[in-house]
Design a protein around this ligand. Structure first.
Ligand code: ATP
Length: 355
Protein backbone atom coordinates (compact mmCIF):
# COMPACT_ATOMS: atom_id res chain seq x y z
CA UNK A 1 0.00 0.00 0.00
CA UNK A 2 1.44 3.32 -1.10
CA UNK A 3 1.74 6.11 1.49
CA UNK A 4 2.28 9.86 1.84
CA UNK A 5 5.89 10.72 2.44
CA UNK A 6 6.81 13.62 4.70
CA UNK A 7 10.41 14.76 4.73
CA UNK A 8 11.00 17.17 7.59
CA UNK A 9 14.14 19.29 7.92
CA UNK A 10 16.40 16.40 6.93
CA UNK A 11 20.12 16.98 7.49
CA UNK A 12 23.05 14.85 6.51
CA UNK A 13 26.73 15.60 6.85
CA UNK A 14 29.72 13.62 5.63
CA UNK A 15 32.42 14.73 8.06
CA UNK A 16 32.23 18.53 7.91
CA UNK A 17 30.59 18.46 4.48
CA UNK A 18 26.85 19.19 4.52
CA UNK A 19 25.19 17.00 1.87
CA UNK A 20 21.63 17.96 2.94
CA UNK A 21 21.01 21.27 4.73
CA UNK A 22 17.58 20.72 6.22
CA UNK A 23 15.35 19.62 3.35
CA UNK A 24 11.57 19.57 3.85
CA UNK A 25 9.20 18.19 1.30
CA UNK A 26 5.79 16.49 1.30
CA UNK A 27 5.04 13.88 -1.33
CA UNK A 28 1.42 12.82 -1.68
CA UNK A 29 0.25 9.26 -1.93
CA UNK A 30 0.47 8.13 -5.56
CA UNK A 31 2.49 11.14 -6.65
CA UNK A 32 5.59 10.92 -8.85
CA UNK A 33 8.16 13.47 -7.71
CA UNK A 34 11.49 13.99 -9.48
CA UNK A 35 14.51 15.08 -7.45
CA UNK A 36 16.44 17.17 -9.93
CA UNK A 37 19.83 18.79 -9.53
CA UNK A 38 23.40 18.75 -10.78
CA UNK A 39 25.97 16.23 -9.64
CA UNK A 40 26.64 16.53 -5.92
CA UNK A 41 23.41 18.38 -5.08
CA UNK A 42 22.28 15.70 -2.63
CA UNK A 43 19.70 13.79 -4.67
CA UNK A 44 21.04 10.31 -4.01
CA UNK A 45 21.69 11.10 -0.36
CA UNK A 46 18.04 12.10 0.05
CA UNK A 47 16.83 8.99 -1.75
CA UNK A 48 19.04 6.77 0.41
CA UNK A 49 17.78 8.57 3.51
CA UNK A 50 14.18 7.78 2.51
CA UNK A 51 15.14 4.14 1.99
CA UNK A 52 16.81 3.95 5.39
CA UNK A 53 20.27 3.39 3.91
CA UNK A 54 21.61 6.59 5.56
CA UNK A 55 21.27 7.64 9.18
CA UNK A 56 20.06 11.24 9.49
CA UNK A 57 21.97 13.97 11.32
CA UNK A 58 18.70 15.82 11.89
CA UNK A 59 15.05 15.91 10.95
CA UNK A 60 12.73 13.02 10.26
CA UNK A 61 10.98 11.11 7.54
CA UNK A 62 7.39 9.95 7.94
CA UNK A 63 5.78 7.17 5.97
CA UNK A 64 2.11 8.08 6.31
CA UNK A 65 1.91 9.10 9.97
CA UNK A 66 4.64 6.73 11.08
CA UNK A 67 8.07 8.14 11.89
CA UNK A 68 10.35 5.87 9.88
CA UNK A 69 13.57 7.13 11.48
CA UNK A 70 13.99 4.08 13.68
CA UNK A 71 12.75 1.61 11.08
CA UNK A 72 15.06 -0.67 9.14
CA UNK A 73 15.25 -0.80 5.35
CA UNK A 74 13.12 -3.99 5.38
CA UNK A 75 10.50 -2.51 7.65
CA UNK A 76 10.11 0.51 5.39
CA UNK A 77 9.25 -1.81 2.52
CA UNK A 78 10.58 0.39 -0.27
CA UNK A 79 11.18 -0.67 -3.85
CA UNK A 80 14.54 0.51 -5.17
CA UNK A 81 15.87 0.68 -8.75
CA UNK A 82 19.41 1.86 -9.38
CA UNK A 83 21.14 3.21 -12.47
CA UNK A 84 23.33 0.17 -12.80
CA UNK A 85 21.29 -2.94 -13.04
CA UNK A 86 21.39 -4.54 -9.68
CA UNK A 87 19.92 -7.77 -11.00
CA UNK A 88 21.32 -11.07 -9.78
CA UNK A 89 23.28 -12.31 -12.75
CA UNK A 90 23.05 -15.97 -11.83
CA UNK A 91 19.25 -15.84 -11.54
CA UNK A 92 16.72 -16.01 -14.33
CA UNK A 93 14.33 -13.12 -14.86
CA UNK A 94 11.58 -15.01 -13.03
CA UNK A 95 13.72 -15.59 -9.94
CA UNK A 96 14.99 -12.02 -9.93
CA UNK A 97 11.43 -10.71 -9.78
CA UNK A 98 10.39 -13.29 -7.19
CA UNK A 99 13.40 -12.61 -4.97
CA UNK A 100 11.91 -10.00 -2.62
CA UNK A 101 8.90 -12.21 -1.90
CA UNK A 102 10.89 -15.41 -1.38
CA UNK A 103 13.24 -13.88 1.22
CA UNK A 104 10.39 -12.71 3.42
CA UNK A 105 10.06 -14.38 6.78
CA UNK A 106 7.77 -17.35 6.77
CA UNK A 107 4.75 -15.59 8.23
CA UNK A 108 4.67 -13.01 5.41
CA UNK A 109 5.96 -15.17 2.57
CA UNK A 110 3.37 -15.95 -0.12
CA UNK A 111 3.01 -19.52 -1.38
CA UNK A 112 5.04 -20.49 -4.48
CA UNK A 113 1.87 -20.50 -6.56
CA UNK A 114 0.95 -16.98 -5.36
CA UNK A 115 4.51 -15.86 -6.15
CA UNK A 116 4.22 -17.34 -9.62
CA UNK A 117 0.95 -15.55 -10.28
CA UNK A 118 2.45 -12.27 -9.07
CA UNK A 119 5.58 -12.63 -11.22
CA UNK A 120 3.55 -13.43 -14.34
CA UNK A 121 1.30 -10.45 -13.68
CA UNK A 122 4.35 -8.17 -13.32
CA UNK A 123 5.97 -9.57 -16.45
CA UNK A 124 2.86 -8.59 -18.33
CA UNK A 125 2.87 -5.13 -16.76
CA UNK A 126 6.48 -4.46 -17.80
CA UNK A 127 5.86 -6.09 -21.19
CA UNK A 128 8.35 -8.91 -20.82
CA UNK A 129 6.00 -11.88 -20.93
CA UNK A 130 7.83 -14.90 -22.33
CA UNK A 131 11.30 -13.77 -21.21
CA UNK A 132 11.07 -15.19 -17.68
CA UNK A 133 13.61 -17.97 -18.34
CA UNK A 134 16.31 -15.66 -19.65
CA UNK A 135 19.33 -14.56 -17.65
CA UNK A 136 20.06 -10.82 -17.31
CA UNK A 137 23.00 -11.18 -19.73
CA UNK A 138 20.51 -12.23 -22.42
CA UNK A 139 18.54 -8.97 -22.15
CA UNK A 140 19.07 -5.47 -23.51
CA UNK A 141 19.81 -2.64 -21.08
CA UNK A 142 16.25 -1.34 -21.32
CA UNK A 143 14.81 -4.81 -20.68
CA UNK A 144 17.02 -5.23 -17.63
CA UNK A 145 15.73 -1.99 -16.15
CA UNK A 146 12.19 -3.19 -16.73
CA UNK A 147 13.01 -6.38 -14.83
CA UNK A 148 14.51 -4.26 -12.05
CA UNK A 149 11.29 -2.28 -11.87
CA UNK A 150 9.17 -5.44 -11.78
CA UNK A 151 11.36 -6.73 -8.96
CA UNK A 152 10.91 -3.47 -7.03
CA UNK A 153 7.14 -3.60 -7.54
CA UNK A 154 6.82 -7.27 -6.51
CA UNK A 155 7.01 -6.45 -2.81
CA UNK A 156 4.13 -3.96 -3.15
CA UNK A 157 6.30 -1.16 -1.79
CA UNK A 158 5.06 1.73 0.34
CA UNK A 159 7.31 3.95 -1.73
CA UNK A 160 9.11 3.35 -5.02
CA UNK A 161 12.59 4.91 -5.26
CA UNK A 162 14.33 5.21 -8.62
CA UNK A 163 17.92 6.49 -8.83
CA UNK A 164 18.71 7.56 -12.40
CA UNK A 165 17.18 4.28 -13.60
CA UNK A 166 17.65 5.14 -17.27
CA UNK A 167 20.97 6.93 -16.87
CA UNK A 168 23.07 4.24 -18.50
CA UNK A 169 20.85 3.79 -21.56
CA UNK A 170 21.06 5.52 -24.91
CA UNK A 171 18.88 8.50 -25.75
CA UNK A 172 16.12 6.77 -27.71
CA UNK A 173 15.67 3.92 -25.21
CA UNK A 174 15.58 6.49 -22.42
CA UNK A 175 12.81 8.39 -24.14
CA UNK A 176 10.75 5.25 -24.72
CA UNK A 177 11.20 4.14 -21.12
CA UNK A 178 10.13 7.53 -19.81
CA UNK A 179 6.77 7.23 -21.57
CA UNK A 180 6.50 3.65 -20.46
CA UNK A 181 7.22 4.51 -16.81
CA UNK A 182 4.64 7.30 -16.90
CA UNK A 183 2.10 4.75 -18.12
CA UNK A 184 3.05 2.15 -15.49
CA UNK A 185 2.84 4.81 -12.81
CA UNK A 186 -0.64 5.72 -13.96
CA UNK A 187 -1.70 2.07 -13.77
CA UNK A 188 -0.09 1.19 -10.43
CA UNK A 189 -0.25 4.56 -8.60
CA UNK A 190 2.79 4.09 -6.36
CA UNK A 191 4.22 7.00 -4.43
CA UNK A 192 7.40 7.41 -6.46
CA UNK A 193 10.60 9.41 -6.04
CA UNK A 194 12.74 9.60 -9.16
CA UNK A 195 16.30 10.97 -9.11
CA UNK A 196 17.66 12.57 -12.26
CA UNK A 197 20.05 15.32 -13.34
CA UNK A 198 18.26 15.57 -16.69
CA UNK A 199 15.80 18.47 -16.61
CA UNK A 200 13.88 17.26 -19.65
CA UNK A 201 13.38 13.87 -18.05
CA UNK A 202 12.15 15.49 -14.82
CA UNK A 203 9.74 17.86 -16.57
CA UNK A 204 8.33 15.14 -18.79
CA UNK A 205 7.89 12.46 -16.14
CA UNK A 206 7.02 14.05 -12.87
CA UNK A 207 3.82 15.35 -11.31
CA UNK A 208 6.08 17.71 -9.36
CA UNK A 209 9.77 18.48 -9.59
CA UNK A 210 11.97 19.23 -6.55
CA UNK A 211 15.12 21.15 -7.53
CA UNK A 212 18.15 20.62 -5.30
CA UNK A 213 21.36 22.63 -5.26
CA UNK A 214 24.23 22.06 -2.83
CA UNK A 215 22.01 20.27 -0.33
CA UNK A 216 19.23 22.90 -0.39
CA UNK A 217 15.74 22.51 -1.82
CA UNK A 218 15.48 25.48 -4.16
CA UNK A 219 11.93 24.96 -5.38
CA UNK A 220 9.21 22.35 -5.64
CA UNK A 221 6.39 22.67 -8.13
CA UNK A 222 4.67 21.24 -11.15
CA UNK A 223 6.75 21.18 -14.33
CA UNK A 224 4.83 24.27 -15.52
CA UNK A 225 5.47 26.17 -12.29
CA UNK A 226 9.16 25.30 -12.31
CA UNK A 227 9.63 26.26 -15.96
CA UNK A 228 7.39 29.34 -16.05
CA UNK A 229 8.15 30.76 -12.61
CA UNK A 230 11.61 29.74 -11.46
CA UNK A 231 11.94 30.84 -7.83
CA UNK A 232 15.70 31.40 -7.76
CA UNK A 233 18.50 32.34 -10.17
CA UNK A 234 19.77 28.81 -9.89
CA UNK A 235 16.47 27.26 -10.98
CA UNK A 236 16.24 29.76 -13.85
CA UNK A 237 19.70 28.82 -15.05
CA UNK A 238 19.35 25.08 -14.51
CA UNK A 239 15.92 24.51 -16.06
CA UNK A 240 15.64 25.32 -19.72
CA UNK A 241 17.82 27.95 -21.33
CA UNK A 242 18.21 31.55 -20.29
CA UNK A 243 20.37 34.62 -20.56
CA UNK A 244 21.25 36.65 -17.48
CA UNK A 245 22.48 40.24 -17.72
CA UNK A 246 23.42 42.78 -15.04
CA UNK A 247 20.94 45.67 -14.60
CA UNK A 248 20.03 48.22 -11.92
CA UNK A 249 16.71 48.59 -10.15
CA UNK A 250 15.61 51.97 -8.83
CA UNK A 251 12.19 53.03 -7.54
CA UNK A 252 10.39 50.13 -9.17
CA UNK A 253 12.05 50.54 -12.57
CA UNK A 254 14.88 48.58 -14.13
CA UNK A 255 17.66 50.14 -16.17
CA UNK A 256 20.45 48.87 -18.35
CA UNK A 257 23.45 51.21 -18.14
CA UNK A 258 21.17 54.12 -17.21
CA UNK A 259 18.67 53.50 -20.03
CA UNK A 260 15.27 52.33 -18.77
CA UNK A 261 14.33 48.76 -19.59
CA UNK A 262 10.79 48.54 -20.96
CA UNK A 263 9.68 45.90 -18.45
CA UNK A 264 6.82 46.01 -15.97
CA UNK A 265 6.26 44.22 -12.64
CA UNK A 266 9.59 45.15 -11.12
CA UNK A 267 9.25 43.73 -7.63
CA UNK A 268 12.98 43.64 -6.93
CA UNK A 269 14.56 45.94 -4.35
CA UNK A 270 16.66 48.91 -5.35
CA UNK A 271 20.23 48.06 -6.26
CA UNK A 272 22.18 45.91 -8.67
CA UNK A 273 20.13 43.05 -10.10
CA UNK A 274 20.25 40.37 -12.73
CA UNK A 275 17.69 40.18 -15.49
CA UNK A 276 16.83 36.65 -16.70
CA UNK A 277 15.02 35.82 -19.91
CA UNK A 278 14.54 32.67 -21.98
CA UNK A 279 15.42 32.68 -25.71
CA UNK A 280 11.82 31.90 -26.69
CA UNK A 281 10.61 34.95 -24.74
CA UNK A 282 12.74 37.42 -26.68
CA UNK A 283 11.17 39.03 -29.74
CA UNK A 284 13.50 40.72 -32.20
CA UNK A 285 11.99 43.79 -33.91
CA UNK A 286 13.04 46.99 -35.55
CA UNK A 287 14.52 49.51 -33.13
CA UNK A 288 11.68 51.55 -31.75
CA UNK A 289 12.63 54.26 -29.23
CA UNK A 290 11.93 53.45 -25.63
CA UNK A 291 9.58 50.51 -26.28
CA UNK A 292 12.45 48.22 -27.26
CA UNK A 293 15.93 47.53 -25.93
CA UNK A 294 18.62 48.42 -28.46
CA UNK A 295 20.97 45.63 -29.44
CA UNK A 296 23.38 44.46 -32.09
CA UNK A 297 23.30 40.98 -33.61
CA UNK A 298 26.64 39.45 -32.67
CA UNK A 299 26.18 35.86 -33.87
CA UNK A 300 23.67 33.65 -35.64
CA UNK A 301 23.35 29.87 -35.50
CA UNK A 302 21.00 27.41 -37.12
CA UNK A 303 19.71 24.77 -34.70
CA UNK A 304 17.16 22.42 -36.18
CA UNK A 305 13.92 24.23 -36.95
CA UNK A 306 15.12 27.57 -35.54
CA UNK A 307 17.82 30.17 -35.76
CA UNK A 308 19.41 31.47 -32.64
CA UNK A 309 20.81 34.95 -32.34
CA UNK A 310 23.20 36.35 -29.74
CA UNK A 311 22.33 40.00 -29.32
CA UNK A 312 24.64 42.38 -27.50
CA UNK A 313 23.02 45.00 -25.32
CA UNK A 314 24.30 47.84 -23.11
CA UNK A 315 27.74 49.34 -22.72
CA UNK A 316 29.07 46.04 -21.35
CA UNK A 317 27.81 44.26 -24.46
CA UNK A 318 26.00 41.64 -22.41
CA UNK A 319 24.60 38.88 -24.58
CA UNK A 320 20.95 37.91 -24.80
CA UNK A 321 20.00 34.87 -26.83
CA UNK A 322 16.87 34.94 -28.99
CA UNK A 323 15.07 32.12 -30.79
CA UNK A 324 13.94 33.11 -34.27
CA UNK A 325 12.13 31.44 -37.17
CA UNK A 326 14.63 29.89 -39.58
CA UNK A 327 13.73 32.42 -42.28
CA UNK A 328 14.00 35.54 -40.09
CA UNK A 329 15.53 38.36 -42.18
CA UNK A 330 18.44 39.13 -39.91
CA UNK A 331 22.21 39.37 -40.31
CA UNK A 332 25.21 39.72 -38.03
CA UNK A 333 25.82 43.41 -37.33
CA UNK A 334 22.13 44.42 -37.62
CA UNK A 335 20.87 46.98 -35.09
CA UNK A 336 17.68 45.58 -33.63
CA UNK A 337 15.13 46.23 -30.88
CA UNK A 338 14.23 43.61 -28.28
CA UNK A 339 10.94 43.03 -26.51
CA UNK A 340 10.61 40.54 -23.65
CA UNK A 341 7.49 38.49 -22.98
CA UNK A 342 8.47 36.84 -19.73
CA UNK A 343 11.50 37.54 -17.58
CA UNK A 344 12.62 37.75 -13.96
CA UNK A 345 14.76 40.06 -11.88
CA UNK A 346 16.79 38.76 -8.97
CA UNK A 347 19.12 40.72 -6.68
CA UNK A 348 22.69 40.55 -7.93
CA UNK A 349 23.91 39.15 -4.62
CA UNK A 350 21.48 36.22 -4.56
CA UNK A 351 22.98 32.75 -4.88
CA UNK A 352 25.08 32.41 -8.02
CA UNK A 353 23.24 31.19 -11.07
CA UNK A 354 26.12 29.06 -12.23
CA UNK A 355 25.23 25.42 -12.52
P1 ATP B 1 25.19 12.53 -8.53
O1 ATP B 1 24.19 12.92 -9.55
O2 ATP B 1 26.60 12.82 -8.94
O3 ATP B 1 24.98 11.17 -7.96
P2 ATP B 1 23.86 13.63 -6.21
O4 ATP B 1 23.07 14.88 -6.36
O5 ATP B 1 23.10 12.36 -6.14
O6 ATP B 1 24.97 13.57 -7.31
P3 ATP B 1 24.92 12.85 -3.68
O7 ATP B 1 25.41 11.53 -4.16
O8 ATP B 1 23.73 12.87 -2.83
O9 ATP B 1 24.72 13.83 -4.90
O10 ATP B 1 26.13 13.56 -2.93
C1 ATP B 1 25.99 14.82 -2.30
C2 ATP B 1 27.35 15.24 -1.77
O11 ATP B 1 27.73 14.41 -0.68
C3 ATP B 1 28.45 15.13 -2.82
O12 ATP B 1 29.29 16.25 -2.71
C4 ATP B 1 29.18 13.86 -2.43
O13 ATP B 1 30.55 13.95 -2.76
C5 ATP B 1 28.98 13.79 -0.94
N1 ATP B 1 28.91 12.39 -0.49
C6 ATP B 1 27.99 11.48 -0.85
N2 ATP B 1 28.20 10.29 -0.23
C7 ATP B 1 29.30 10.46 0.54
C8 ATP B 1 30.04 9.61 1.42
N3 ATP B 1 29.67 8.35 1.67
N4 ATP B 1 31.11 10.15 2.03
C9 ATP B 1 31.49 11.42 1.82
N5 ATP B 1 30.84 12.28 1.01
C10 ATP B 1 29.76 11.81 0.38
Amino acid sequence: MSVDLKIRDVRKEYGAFPALNGVSLDIRQGELVALLGPSGSGKTTLLRAIAGLETLDGGKILFGDVDASSRSVQERNVGFVFQHYALFRHMKVFDNIAFGLRVRDKARRPTESAIKAKVLELLELVQLTGLEKRYPSQLSGGQRQRVALARALAIEPQVLLLDEPFGALDAQVRKDLRRWLRQIHKETGHTTVFVTHDQEEALELADRVAVLHKGDLQQIGTPDEIYDNPATPFVYAFIGESSAIPVTVQSGAAALDGAPLPVSRVAAEDGPARFFVRPEDVTVKELNGSSTVAGTVAALRRTGAYRRADIEVGAQRSRIEALLPSDAPISVGDKVGLVFQRYALFPADSAPATV
